[in-house]
Design a protein around this ligand. Structure first.
Ligand code: SF4
Length: 317
């Protein structure tokens, strides 16, 4: 039996996560600990616990931050109500919202008017969806999954437009859109794709590997939407089994029984060190032969949040 690992590329950190994590690290250097962050800066256990050890205090809401202190908003974005609450407490804010999430916020602002209802395809309760919907309270309806696409009853007499969360399954979203278009042929399309490049590329890479894989291991946290989608996509495209793990130590020996080919990937909020640990663990179990399967190259980088850039510049002078 020839054992091998097919390693998906691209995998791991996207430009939005990299920017958000560096924004917190630079804030720690510049302002000193503690730095407050509203919600998990990105949905990854390891990243959050590493930053906590360095002096970051994660809070759920801005009213937990001392008046006048600095708070960083996470990559998932916040609604205008959160900005207002922070201003009311005189907080200094560093907004690490991913620019690709901001793009969807801007679409909501552009389409929201008294005649239009926005159908936002996404997961109910996810921070990104709460922030995006909060741009136009009362004018956005969430469509969470195919069943809701089949059953949602928009407000009669309204024009409709659909938008999406950035980290969904591309295929399932297109099915939801097809259902909505079938039911409401006049529904308008967004100006461009809302599912971000990183989500799409990581799904393409695992799709190329899954049909050959007896087992796929996705490194990522359970609250990471794009990571969970990678497990689903792997199974949909033929992987015999697929699991999500935060750490290599969570891999179970019984997963290896009868397995020749293991596919490995990681979500957009996962540092590469966790994939390296997993590959070492697999090598110890006879899977030392690793071949990278690349779907595409990624070169996108985002500048740091403007408030932080300004402070870094003044600190240098
Ligand atoms: S997954 Fe996409 S939307 Fe989310 S932070 Fe990364 S690039 Fe931005």
């Amino acid at each position: 039996m020839s054992k091998r690992v097919l390693l998906a590329a691209p995998r791991g950190y996207c430009a939005g996560v990299d920017r958000a994590v560096v924004a917190v690290e630079k804030s720690l250097e510049l302002y000193g600990a503690p730095v407050y962050v509203r919600k998990e800066i990105v949905h990854n256990k390891h990243v959050v616990s590493t930053l906590e050890k360095r002096g970051v205090i994660f809070v759920n809401e801005t009213d937990e931050v001392p008046e006048g202190a600095t708070v960083v908003f996470s990559a998932h974005g916040v609604s205008p109500a959160v900005h207002e609450a922070a201003a009311a407490r005189n907080l200094k804010t560093i907004d690490a919202t991913c620019p690709l999430v901001t793009k969807v916020h801007n679409e909501v602002k552009r389409f929201a008017d008294d005649e239009t209802e926005i159908l936002l395809i996404g997961h109910n309760g996810h921070e990104e969806v709460e922030g995006t919907a909060g741009e136009a309270p009362g004018k956005v309806r969430i469509v969470d999954g195919l069943e809701e696409a089949r059953t949602i009853q928009p407000t009669p007499g309204k024009k409709l437009v659909w938008l999406t969360q950035t980290t969904l399954s591309v295929d399932e979203t297109m099915q939801s859109v097809a259902i909505l278009k079938d039911r409401f042929p006049e529904i308008a399309n967004p100006p461009s794709d809302d599912i971000c490049y990183a989500t799409q590329n990581r799904q393409e890479a695992i799709k190329a590997i899954a049909p050959q894989a007896d087992l796929v291991i996705v490194v990522g946290s359970t609250n990471s939407s794009n990571s969970v989608r990678l497990v689903e996509v792997a199974l949909e495209y033929g992987a015999k089994a697929a699991y999500l793990v935060d750490y290599a130590a969570e891999v179970k020996d019984e997963w290896f029984v009868g397995v020749e080919t293991i596919g490995v990937t990681s979500g957009a909020s996962v540092p590469e060190i966790l994939v390296d640990d997993l590959l070492k663990h697999l090598a110890k179990n006879g899977f030392g032969d690793v071949e990278e399967v690349r779907a595409t190259e990624e070169t996108l980088l985002f500048a740091l949040p403007k408030e932080l850039r300004a402070d870094l510049k003044s600190a240098k002078q």
